[in-house]
Design a protein around this ligand. Structure first.
Ligand SMILES: [Zn+2]
Length: 158
């Protein structure tokens, strides 16, 4: 049974570490497989668009996200292409709350289209082309694996 995991909040130092890649052996292990189910359950219960492993206290390069109705698991992601075109839109994060415990929102400029290579839950190589909201979520979650939060990148106009 998958379980709900506590989410770490900014300024927890775990959120600021560079996370390490997973080996194929680790990906296929029962430990990581059950962690993936737990992260999925936590994201869905907390109504997030995505959740990265450091947010639940694990500094590993693993994230889950929602693409419409579908839940995607992305391991060891590498953004291999970024469009010149960028777009500003509002983001929030389950780890960035105000003093009352509410999610705060802010505008961030992101690449409009990206290409991302990653490993799936079986350790198989996959590649995705994404644009707009999906491209934004992948960039936001990949930032988490590098210790970066959206509040580091707030857009203040030109
Ligand atoms: Zn976030």
């Amino acid at each position: 049974m998958s379980k709900l995991l506590p989410i770490l909040n900014h300024p927890n130092p775990i959120l600021r570490k560079i996370s390490r890649p997973l080996t194929l052996e680790e990906i296929r292990s029962p430990k990581i497989q059950s962690l993936i189910s737990d992260i999925e359950k936590t994201m869905i219960t907390k109504d997030g668009a995505g959740l990265a492993a450091p947010q639940i206290g694990e500094n590993i390069r693993l994230l889950v996200l929602r693409d419409g109705e579908r839940v995607m698991v992305i391991i060891n992601p590498q953004i291999t292409k970024k469009s010149w075109a960028r777009e500003v839109d509002e983001e929030g994060c389950l780890s960035v709350l105000d003093k009352a415990g509410n999610i705060i929102f802010g505008n961030v400029e992101r690449h409009k289209k990206i290409q991302c290579s990653y490993l799936d839950t079986k350790g198989k190589k996959q590649k995705i082309s994404a644009e707009n909201i999906l491209a934004r979520i992948i960039q936001h979650e990949t930032d988490h694996l590098n210790g970066i939060l959206f509040i580091d990148k707030l857009y203040h106009g030109k």
